[in-house]
Ligand binder design. Structure first.
Ligand SMILES: Cc1cc2nc3c(=O)[nH]c(=O)nc-3n(C[C@H](O)[C@H](O)[C@H](O)COP(=O)(O)OP(=O)(O)OC[C@H]3O[C@@H](n4cnc5c(N)ncnc54)[C@H](O)[C@@H]3O)c2cc1C
Length: 329
């Protein structure tokens, strides 16, 4: 639904993707770790990782009762997401952090309600409804829907509370009386050029901690998995190696291979995301978005999916590039 509150739809005869059950994915990953002989410690916060004189690492963890433990290892992977709890977060003026906030509820709905939203991803756009962001309704398994709102943070203006935006969305979609099964939310923070430190000696970061969350679609799970894929291959190659050159090799290769994996469109999509969402705040931007949606209406569902999820701008022809990089409005 666009700013003028009209619905447009794009259909494909082939499956273009799936709605992921994130909780199940995390459970599956934890099970896999244990099956492979690893341990999963829940309820412990990693405080810091230090390099020991013998070249190994020591990581301190604390639980809710204040108990402390230390774990020694060859390498440490910081997978603490946008908090970057171990690798840290230096100020980089040339590539500042862009932050967004979101919340999402899992609703149990009647069969009739579920049918209304099944089989498609629904996005709700417009500065009246969600200024500087968007809302969504996604179908999960029969009887369950996800509904949420997210927006970029703009420290130059006061922004409405997410809970008010969510209430408006529930009213508009007629889902306000559905039973809420789960509520969650959080923060996305990425640097557009991904200048974050990736490696400090034997401490390596992945996922949101190295800005793999994409600001255009608010997507981060697939890209975090991509970073784990790249890093796992490199760490396997270095297994058992204690030389300082191994660390230097990793320092160079990890960033390079990850950049290659994410592709040349990455920075452009981040720029487009920041420009699109931060700019969506008044009637003028609503009119611009309506115009865009009218252009996109002529595209196939495949092309739209490729734009939103794989950042394939070129499918829309060279004439859209000036809009993407901000030369034309
Ligand atoms: C509301 C919302 C909706 C989203 N929807 C989507 C979506 O539909 N699709 C999508 O692809 N992405 C979505 N994202 C983004 C996605 O969740 C992230 O990009 C992705 O989870 C990043 O994975 P990660 O493993 O790097 O970090 P996370 O999944 O954030 O995992 C980091 C983990 O580290 C833990 N942690 C933090 N600090 C410490 C510490 N000091 N010690 C120990 N543990 C710590 C955290 O509790 C967390 O469990 C959404 C984000 C938000 C906020």
């Amino acid at each position: 639904m666009g700013p003028a509150q009209t619905w447009r739809s794009w259909k494909s005869s082939v499956c273009l993707g799936l709605v992921l059950d994130f909780a199940s994915l995390r459970q599956w990953l934890a099970d896999q770790v244990q099956l492979l002989g690893g341990s999963v410690l829940l309820g412990w916060s990693a405080l810091r990782s230090t390099h020991l004189p013998d070249g190994s690492m020591c990581t301190s963890l604390r639980n809710a009762h204040g108990e402390l433990i230390e774990i020694a290892s060859e390498w440490v992977v910081d997978a603490t997401g946008q908090s970057r709890a171990l690798i840290g977060e230096p100020v980089i003026n040339a590539d500042p952090m862009v932050a967004g906030v979101g919340l999402e509820w899992l609703l149990r709905v009647s069969d009739v309600q579920w049918q209304r939203w099944a089989g498609c991803l629904s996005f709700l756009l417009g500065s009246e409804l969600v200024p500087q962001g968007y809302g969504w309704v996604f179908p999960m398994q029969p009887g369950l829907l996800k509904i949420g709102v997210c927006r970029l943070c703009d420290f130059r203006r006061s922004q409405p509370a997410l809970s008010n935006l969510q209430a408006r969305l529930l009213d508009l979609t007629g889902l306000h009386q559905a039973a809420v099964q789960d509520r969650h939310g959080g923060v996305i923070r990425s640097r557009i050029c991904r200048s974050d430190p990736h490696v400090r000696g034997r401490l390596v970061a992945l996922g949101d901690a190295v800005s793999t969350a994409n600001l255009l679609g608010g997507e981060g799970i697939r890209h975090a998995i991509d970073s784990a894929d790249v890093l796992a291959d490199l760490l396997l190659e270095l297994q058992g190696s204690t030389s300082a050159s191994a660390e230097r090799g990793l320092q160079i290769q990890y960033k390079k291979y990850l950049r290659q994996k994410l592709g040349w469109r990455w920075n452009l999509s981040g720029r487009l995301g920041r420009r699109t969402w931060l700019g969506l705040k008044d009637e003028q931007s609503d009119r611009r978005l309506e115009k865009w949606l009218t252009v996109l209406e002529k595209s196939s569902a495949e092309d739209l999916s490729a734009l939103l999820f794989n950042y394939r701008f070129e499918r829309f022809g060279l004439k859209v590039l000036p809009y993407l990089v901000g030369l034309r409005r």
